[in-house]
Design a protein around this ligand. Structure first.
Ligand SMILES: [Zn+2]
Ligand SMILES: [Zn+2]
Length: 244
């Protein structure tokens, strides 16, 4: 499976870029993990909108779901233009029923729920979910394709369960919303040292830092994380990919 960074900013997108969004692909199946501001524009650098099979949302904060409404519009416009499209589904949790119900749109987009009670097969991927530490219900995801495992923390402060959940994953996509000196745990986020601890305890084979702050030099995040985690560390950029 292949994953591509479509958006990686915390809160709001910088010029021409996007907040949280990751394109997951295997055998022609295309799935977005989160759909923040700017994701629908930027995902078209990597696949056309009618190729998208679905979207899996970690939670309902704007920097993870802001482009859901425009995705609805894209589907209805493409439908009216007579384009052949795959049936798109948006997966979300049901701890916030009003937000869940807003994911469906007419006869072009279906809402489907997930929970942390067991694995969910979506196309060629098996998903398991873990409730994180965040001000609103939010789920981390472990994605397996029978060969590799990717874990996406979504938004969370550090928690031991997350390290267990990510045990020996091939790629850990971890939110890193603050520098080592910043106490971002109070807002339900991790700083670079928290991520270093998480990746080390999980024995992750590879680490991607994402959900990045709007200040400072992101290379400092890598340097700080590397004082704890001694594996392969990447810093998210538009178009960064990992295949395996
Ligand atoms: Zn959030
Ligand atoms: Zn966020």
């Amino acid at each position: 499976m292949k994953i591509t960074v479509v958006g990686y900013w915390h809160g709001y997108p910088e010029k021409g870029e996007a907040t949280s969004g990751y394109l997951l692909e295997k055998n022609g199946y295309h799935l977005l993990l989160d759909c923040g501001s700017g994701v629908i524009s930027n995902v078209q650098r990597f696949c056309s909108l009618d190729q998208l099979d679905g979207i899996v949302l970690s939670h309902y904060h704007h920097d993870h779901k802001a482009d859901i409404g425009v995705f609805h519009y894209a589907r209805i416009i493409q439908h009216s233009l007579g384009k052949t499209m795959k049936n798109a589904a948006i997966y979300g949790h049901r701890q916030d029923e009003a937000s869940f119900q807003s994911l469906a749109y007419g006869n072009v987009v279906e809402a489907k729920s997930y929970s942390d009670t067991g694995p969910l097969q979506i196309g060629p991927f098996s998903f398991t979910f873990l409730l994180t530490n965040h001000p609103v219900p939010c789920y981390a995801m472990r994605i397996e394709d029978g060969e590799r495992s990717f874990v996406y923390t979504a938004d969370s402060s550090y928690m031991e369960e997350l390290a267990t959940f990510a045990h020996e994953c091939d790629l850990l996509i971890a939110e890193c919303s603050g520098y080592g000196s910043q106490d971002v745990a109070q807002f339900g986020h991790m700083n670079s040292y928290d991520v270093g601890k998480l990746a080390t305890k999980a024995q992750a084979k590879k680490l991607l830092l994402t959900h990045l702050p709007h200040a400072g030099d992101h290379e400092q995040l890598r340097d700080e994380t590397a004082t704890i985690y001694h594996g392969d560390i990447s810093v998210a950029r538009l178009g960064w990919t990992n295949e395996g």
